[in-house]
Design a protein around this ligand. Structure first.
Ligand code: GLN
Ligand code: MG
Ligand code: MG
Ligand code: MG
Length: 444
């Protein structure tokens, strides 16, 4: 909703809002916030609140550390859960430099920039429908997360109404109070694993929604003595948590540009080119869409997570699936993304990959309707099926070679992302796992 500053002042007074939470997202996708008492509302609405950016990952050097928080008034929202000190409202902010320019180390500003490139290419919206999955673990007496799951249900099970089901229903109710349209909510394949799907939205709003969603899930889970985690693969030998991204472009008239009723498969040429672009840049995209060491523990055969670069309209083993629905619902589903991805960076990069495919008029490989996991390496090669990167290190190497995805991040974010992720990989390399000791300690 497009609130005016005056409306926000009126609502905060009527609703007895005592605190304003000014939110933004760092390069790792972590929500940061600066909370101010309601007495500061005029300053907030006049775009005058500053914060020290030097302490935020991927932001700025010490010498240019003061940044301005520019609230996006359309994101105004009162948190539905109570606070004994009065209600809390939030505003998602863009970050500007002290001289008032959009700061390009801010992932949200960067997404706006890529959306503007899309508009210049003649499209009005990039519609994104995410399917985030997560696990619920029990908290111990010190409120620390354990590895105890709280149920042993499975996919779409009618598990006996337990803590997890109740918790998930509560999450859905809170989300609805906050204006989310929840389309589906179900138990996932893994014990203690859940999925909640909400209605698609235009790119920027969708990224905001993903961030808000994670906050709501974690907040409500805590009320139930549970810890919600979006870690991609918390437990071995059990499905990991992905965040499938359904996407389509709208043309200037607001129609779905991926649909064409006159072709064999109902997909437009635009959809073909876009799909080809995402496939072409899939390896570099993986660095952004699967940005943690743990992300690659999920991208292994056997758990409905993609391992190979291919697409299909019929089965779910490839990287991209084209769901059967046509007309307004014509879309591509990218199945590699996991919920540790920074949604602003992920959506900007996917969009840039698709736009590059459109610009170059690329043609996608033929669809693969067989189970790729049943193919030999030779068969895969014969069908032009490449592998997704198998580690964060390999994904970063792919990103280093891909100018399109580098440009999707822009120089500032690309540099900070690389620095931060190389550091993460090097830290991981210093560790010795239990698996290694079990394998080698006695044997050698
Ligand atoms: N959990 C699976 C993944 O890692 C997806 C399962 C599903 O939604 N069908 O992507
Ligand atoms: Mg789903
Ligand atoms: Mg799922
Ligand atoms: Mg899905």
């Amino acid at each position: 909703k497009n609130y005016s500053a005056a409306e926000i002042k009126k609502i905060t007074a009527e609703e007895n809002v005592q605190f304003l939470r000014l939110m933004f997202t760092d390069i790792n996708g972590i929500i940061k916030n600066v909370e101010v008492p309601i007495s500061q509302i005029d300053k907030v609405l006049a775009n005058k609140v500053m914060f020290d950016g030097s302490s935020i990952d991927g932001f700025v050097r010490i010498e240019e550390s003061d940044m301005l928080l520019i609230p996006d008034l359309s994101t105004f929202l009162i948190f539905p859960w109570g606070s004994e000190h009065g209600k809390v409202a939030r505003l998602i902010c863009d970050i500007h430099t002290p001289t008032g320019e959009p700061f390009m180390g801010d992932p949200r500003n960067n997404l706006r920039r890529v959306i503007a490139l899309m508009q210049a290419a003649g499209y009005s919206r990039f519609n994104i429908g995410p399917e985030p999955e997560f696990f619920l673990f029990k908290l111990d007496e010190n409120e620390e997360p354990t590895l105890d799951l709280n149920d042993d249900g499975g996919y779409f099970d009618f598990a006996p109404i337990d803590l997890g089901e109740n918790c998930r229903r509560d999450i859905v109710l809170e989300l609805e109070k906050m204006g989310f349209e929840v389309e589906a909510s179900h138990h996932e394949v893994g014990p203690g694993q859940h999925e909640i799907d909400f209605k698609y939205a235009d790119a920027l709003e969708a990224a905001d929604n993903i961030q808000t969603f994670k906050l709501v899930v974690k907040t409500i889970a805590r009320k139930y003595g549970l810890h919600a985690t979006f870690m991609p693969k918390p437990l071995p030998k059990i499905a990991g948590s992905g965040m499938h991204i359904n996407m389509s472009l709208s043309n200037a008239q607001g129609e779905n540009a991926f649909y064409d009723g006159t072709t064999d498969d109902g997909l437009s040429e635009i959809a073909d080119h876009f799909l080809a672009g995402v496939l072409e840049h899939a390896r570099a995209l993986t660095a952004v869409n699967n940005p943690t060491v743990n992300s690659y523990k999920r991208l292994v055969p056997g758990y409905e997570a993609p391992v190979y670069i291919a697409w299909s309209g019929h089965n779910r083993s490839p990287l991209i699936r084209v769901p059967q629905a046509r007309g307004l619902s014509t879309r591509l589903e990218l199945r590699s993304v996991d919920p540790t991805a920074n949604p602003y960076l992920a959506i900007a990069s996917i969009l840039a990959a698709g736009l590059a495919g459109l610009e170059q008029q690329e043609t996608p490989m033929s669809p693969i309707d067989r189970n790729i996991y049943g193919m030999t390496a030779d068969e895969r090669r014969a069908n032009g099926i490449a592998d997704l990167p198998s580690t964060l290190h390999n994904a970063l190497k792919a990103l280093e070679k891909d100018k399109v995805i580098q440009d999707a991040l822009g120089p500032h974010l690309y540099q900070s992302f690389m620095d931060s992720k190389r550091h993460e990989w090097n830290a991981y390399r210093q560790t010795i796992s239990e698996w290694e000791r079990e394998q080698y300690l006695r044997l050698y």
